[in-house]
Design a protein around this ligand. Structure first.
Ligand code: BGC
Length: 775
């Protein structure tokens, strides 16, 4: 009799949180292998990739399998991150399963408000739990390496500190509901093109300081239940099987205690990625799972490639995860979360993330406006979120017509009718012409943008006569699997430019204002046209209450306090990463993922991070390059005065304090941003880097608040590759408090002694990179 069958026939213990060792010893090898492989075995149907095949919760992305003999329940994993993505209807019932659409990552982060991020996280955690799921697959914390990345909308920022702080708040919120997160995609998953095979080649310093830092902060400050390893390779090794990433750094250095699951591609042997290597690297769960992977693990142990010890480490972590889940606790979900209460939370949050870029002659808040003409298909087909796994099936989306109507502002009837009928027609036509294999453009993958339609000068002139102002919505959609192009996606199309010009010239001739609303999850080009309209508001993709949120800002019900979390460049090519960023990928399709051969093609087979740590403002600020709008920028309807900042160090904590006074006429909130310039030392550094921030409460005119913003000494350190360590040199540090990176209001100095911290020598590049140098 083998040991395996002996165990199976013994009296089986039922899992409790105190008998994990006993359960591990009672498990057969087959049971262990099954527990490490997700249960979505019908993965190879294209629809299943889209996450509509999980049986217990239709539309959920994946599961972990039940082993009833040992009292191990199935657990359910759902996307994420801007709300729960499950099917809104189910066969055989009239009941609906809509989930609240919250602001996408860029909008949430642009609040610079960790309390709000936590509240949103808590509401999402609650919907996860009430819809019978255990883990939400988010937050997405990859860095905006380049404005063309198709999934930037899901991510927070070009800056790792801001990313980490918002992520930690979101995670703490979700997990306070007794469900888990899967912080993703670990790591350096900064492009969608060839995402399953691209080798992201970068220096150890860029990895540590830029791409891993947000994950590190979140792991240290919020203890996520799970981490999702990304599809791509990092310096020649698949993330899913990258021991440096998953064990040396994540667990040994940062103290991560949860489980790591793969992103959703199952068995990838044809790409040179083997299940056994994934397990050995510390990847506990293969999602969405296939029976072959179970066999791989069993065979791996039997033929000695895989040590039982490695399997058991993963099993222990899986069981430690399982005992925390609602399914294990026997939680009875209501299947009816309080969508009304959560709508109120998104209503409050999204407006705070919107960023006012321009407000000539105090056009906003709107005064004496009773009727507006709404231009742009997006005014009527308002995009609440992005497409792909990050979409949410919301009960409704408030568009601009609805938002204005709710406050008694009319829209011009003829134009409204024209656009609404055109949008309905365009959607039907799109569906009718969509080939079946383009399932990623199907409605269940999120709302598609409707192409712009030309409105004649004559029609515009009728609108001018009949309205007090025009609103022009520029909308952009983006999502999983595809990066954005410069032409027509980052930039305006010729038709958009022409219409914007015509609308503005006719309205201005009549002395009436034009407001542009940017309904895009990511950065677009503005420098060539921002002088034309009177006001520009970045609404992002703000969730289901979008139209109401925009109108809250336009009418002054909410004073804008969102600040950009990424630089808005003049040209996309101003980012040094653009030269190595793919821009000509054939349109994504399931076929393309499976069959596309890109061996040896730069940007697809590999991408060199020659820009090194000079990502976003670290480049623009240090090189003194002009930008359209700097990092941290955003206007308000009021003005704020910053007092003289002070700094104090207690133990290894450094606290910068500053008083902020509302010196204007309306109540508002302000963000104080602490940038630090290090003394010249052993390593060249950016001119300044964001190290802390704080947001005031709603300050009434004349009211002040003192913000205290704390960082640790180790937060000031840079990564010294030669010695595999973090180092903050001794010397004078300048702590600069600003309203954005280009608007520093006060500086205070502090002399610090050297700080060093040894690390593993991990993630060494295998090829020589042509790294950008400051000097
Ligand atoms: C995405 C993940 C997502 C997963 C499950 C993958 O293709 O990259 O972000 O969580 O699918 O839907």
């Amino acid at each position: 009799m083998t040991i395996t069958s002996l165990n199976a026939s013994a009296q089986a213990p039922k899992l409790t949180k105190d008998n994990i060792n006993e359960v591990i010893s009672a498990m057969t090898l087959e049971e262990k292998a099954k527990l490490l492989v997700g249960g979505l075995f019908d993965f190879f149907s294209p629809v299943a990739v889209a996450g509509s095949a999980a049986r217990t919760v239709p539309g959920a992305a994946g599961t972990t399998v039940a082993i009833e003999r040992l009292g191990i329940p199935e657990t359910i994993l759902t996307d994420g991150p801007a709300g729960v993505r499950i099917d809104q209807t189910r066969p055989g019932t009239q009941k609906t399963y809509y989930a609240t659409g919250f602001p996408v990552g860029t909008c949430l982060a642009s609040t610079w408000n960790t309390d709000l991020a936590q509240r949103v996280g808590k509401a999402i955690g609650n919907e996860t739990k009430e819809y019978n799921c255990d883990v939400i697959l988010g937050p997405g914390v990859n860095i905006h390496r380049n404005p063309l990345c198709g999934r930037n909308f899901e991510y927070y920022s070009e800056d790792p500190l801001l990313t980490g702080k918002i992520a930690a708040a979101y995670i703490n919120g979700v997990q306070s509901e007794g469900v888990g997160v899967s912080i993703k995609h670990y790591a350096v998953n900064s492009q969608e093109t060839s995402r399953t095979r691209v080798d992201e080649r970068l220096s150890q310093r860029a990895a540590r300081e830029i791409y891993l830092r947000g994950f590190e902060i979140a792991v240290r400050e919020s203890d996520p239940w799970t981490v999702m390893s990304s599809y791509n390779l990092v310096n020649g090794v698949f993330s899913n099987a990258n021991k440096d990433l998953l064990t040396s750094i994540l667990r040994n250095e940062w103290g991560f205690k949860g489980i790591v699951m793969t992103d959703w591609l199952g068995k990838r042997e044809s790409q040179g990625l083997f299940t056994v290597d994934e397990v050995m690297a510390g990847n506990d769960l293969m999602e969405p799972g296939s029976p072959e992977q179970v066999k791989d693990i069993v065979d791996g142990v039997k033929n000695g490639k895989l040590k039982m010890e490695d399997v058991d480490k993963c099993i222990r972590r899986m069981l430690e995860y399982i005992v925390k889940t609602p399914h294990f606790r026997g939680y009875k979900p209501s299947e009816a979360p309080d969508l009304k209460a959560h709508a109120a939370i998104t209503r409050e949050t999204a407006a705070e993330g919107m960023v006012l870029l321009k407000n000539a002659n105090n056009t906003l808040p709107m005064h004496n406006i009773k009727k507006v003409a709404l231009f742009g298909t997006g005014s009527y087909n308002f995009l609440s979120g992005g497409v792909g796994s990050g979409c949410v099936h919301t009960p409704y989306i408030i568009d601009l017509v609805g938002g204005l109507k709710n406050v008694g502002i009319e829209t011009t009837a003829d134009l409204t009718e024209l656009y609404q009928k055109y949008n309905a027609f365009a959607k039907l036509k799109f569906e009718a012409d969509r080939p079946a294999d383009r399932w990623f453009e199907a409605p269940y993958m999120g709302d598609q943008k409707v192409p712009e339609v030309e409105i004649s000068d004559l029609c515009i002139s009728r609108q001018v006569a009949n309205s007090d102002a025009a609103i022009f919505t520029i909308s952009r959609q983006a999502g999983e699997g595809v990066d954005r192009s410069i032409e027509g996606e980052f930039s305006l199309t010729d038709l958009e430019k022409k219409m914007l010009q015509s609308v503005c010239s006719q309205y201005h001739a009549a002395g009436k204002p034009v407001i542009v609303v940017i309904n895009s999850g990511s950065v677009i080009e503005t420098a060539s046209w921002s002088n034309i309209p009177d006001a520009i508001l970045v609404a992002w993709q703000p969730g289901e209450e979008g139209g109401n949120n925009v109108v809250d800002i336009l009418t002054g019900k909410v004073c804008p306090s969102g600040r950009l979390t990424m630089t808005w460049p003049i040209f996309a090519t101003d980012h040094p990463s653009t030269k190595n960023f793919p821009q000509d990928m054939p349109l994504f399709s399931y076929e393309a993922i499976q069959n596309y051969s890109d061996a040896g093609v730069p940007g697809r087979d590999f991408t060199n991070h020659d820009e090194d740590i000079w990502v976003g403002y670290r480049y623009f600020d240090t090189w003194n390059k002009d930008v359209a709008y700097p990092f941290g920028y955003g206007l308000s309807y009021t003005t704020f005065e910053f007092g003289k900042p002070t700094v104090k160090k207690v133990g290894d904590k450094i606290t910068v304090s500053v008083s902020v006074k509302n010196t204007g006429k309306v109540a508002g909130k302000e963000v104080a941003q602490v940038y630090v310039a290090a003394p010249n030392g052993s390593i060249e550094k950016p001119e300044k880097e964001l190290k802390a921030f704080g947001k005031t409460n709603l300050l009434q005119p004349g009211e002040s608040q003192t913000l205290q913003m704390t960082m640790a000494l180790r937060d000031l350190a840079s990564f010294d590759e030669a010695n595999s360590r973090w180092i903050a040199d001794a010397g004078n540090y300048n702590f600069m408090v600003g309203a954005n990176i280009a608007d520093i209001r006060g500086t205070v100095q502090l002399k610090l002694t050297e700080y060093t911290e040894k690390t593993n020598n991990a993630l060494a590049p295998k090829v020589k990179l042509n790294l950008l140098k400051r000097n």
